[in-house]
Ligand binder design. Sequence first.
Ligand code: GDP
Length: 195
Amino acid sequence: LCQQATFIKSASLVTQCPPDIGLEVAFAGRSNAGKSSALNTLTHARLARTSKTPGRTQLINFFRLDDERRLVDLPGYGYAKVPLELKAHWQQHLDAYLTGRHSLAGLVLVMDLRHPLSDFDCMMLEWARKSGIPAHVLLSKADKLAYGAAKNELLKVQARMRKELRSDATVQLFSSPKRQGVEQAHEVLAGWLFP
Ligand code: GDP
């Protein structure tokens, strides 16, 4: 399914989003966390633009899987060089999408394994918990650590999420260049998109 993903459209306002029917899974993350790479790796396509100037695009990008299913690339959050008013716009834009979107079946939150659980990440997990949207965390760039160290980080993040955030989101290691964790992530997506 994910191999047939194609770009549908970008929206800078919620009113520009495609019709709110069927099911979609949204990808969120801090700028540079590896969200675009993860989307591309999971879809076998170069859908999302990986960028050295993070925070440049403030658009919600929609990718079609089939007539009733979509993946959604939410704008990367938190790059220091984005002006304040753009950040405010982003916040409103994201809020409107998250609170109003009926077809949203799950949230994938991408975090750099070496810098997990930023304020933004915690906010997203809290939002998911409160709104009852299931969340799954990809701890990206797992290839940057030795396997044992990565596994250890995974356990630490898991424990903090449960205890401090009372989040029941699932967590896994992920690496785009190594294609580590692709099957596990596909299973989660399939579970949400084919309930
Ligand atoms: P985004 O801003 O969250 O969309 O992040 P990108 O996907 O553009 O990635 C940011 C930078 O991290 C790029 O230089 C990527 O090549 C690199 N990157 C992303 N994912 C991984 C990964 O799993 N492993 C490694 N080693 N680098 C990664």
